[in-house]
Design a protein around this ligand. Sequence first.
Ligand code: FPP
Length: 251
Amino acid sequence: MSNNLTSQSKKSDGLHVAVIMDGNGRWAARRGLPRVAGHRAGVAALKRIVEHAPDVGVCVLTVYAFSCDNWARPAAEVQSLFWLMRAFLRLETERLRRKSVRVQIIGRRDRVPAAVLREVNRTEFVTAAGRRLLLRVAIDYSAREAIARAASLIPERAEMGDARGALQYELTREAGEVDLLIRTGGEKRLSDFLLWESAYAELYFTDCMWPEFGPAQLDAALAEFRHRERRFGAVPDAAVPRSAIAVGGAR
Ligand code: FPP
C-alpha cells in the first residue's frame, strides 16, 4: 500500500471504510450503566479500530461521532459526547501523529463548542503529514447539509452534467467514495451519513454493539466485503474482477 493519500492515487491505495458507531447506549443499559459509560467504551473501541485499520488495507476511515440531529439528545449527553471528543483529541493527538494518522473533522464547525474546536484545529494541524491512515471524524454532520452546501458553491448556470461533476469533485476530493459502510447496533439505516459518497458502497450491518466491535469484527466485515461482486451498475463481465478487491488492488 502506497502512503500517498492524494485524490489521484487513493483509489489504488486501500479502502475507504465508513462506520456508524451505533449501540453505545444499549451496551451501557444492558450493564446497568449510564449512557455516557457506553460512549466512553465507544471511544476505546474507536482507538482499537484506528490502530488495526491500516494493517488490513484501510486507508480512509470515516466515523460518525455526532450528527446534526443528535442535538436533540438530552443536554447532559450532548455535553459528555463533546467532552469525550475533546479528551480524545487532546490525549491521542501525539500518538496519532507518531502512527502517521492524519485526522480531519467533517461537518459544521459553527456550532461546535469553542474548546472542542480548538482541539480540532490543533489535532488537524499536528497530524497533517500523516499518510498511513486518514481518520475523518464526522461531528455535527449531516450528509444532506453537506450536499446542499456543496450545491450552493456551483454556479446557477451549470449544466446538469457539470453540476453532477462539480458535486462529485467537491464531495469526494479529499477521501474518495466509500467502499464499505459498516453500521453496528442492529439498525439498518444510513441516518443521513455520507449519502453521496456511499452511492456504490457495500453495506454491512451487524448486531454487535459498537463498544464490542474490535479488530476481529472489522476483519469479518472486510472478509465479507471482499467476497461481494461490485458491479457499479455494469454487467458482471465488465465489472471490476473480485480478485482486484484485495488489499491495495485496483477497484
Ligand atoms: C450512537 O449510539 C452513537 C453516538 C451518537 C455517538 C458515537 C460516539 C462515540 C463512539 C464517541 C465519539 C468520540 C470520539 C472521540 C469520536 P447510541 O448512543 O445512539 O446507542 P443506542 O442506539 O444504543 O442508544
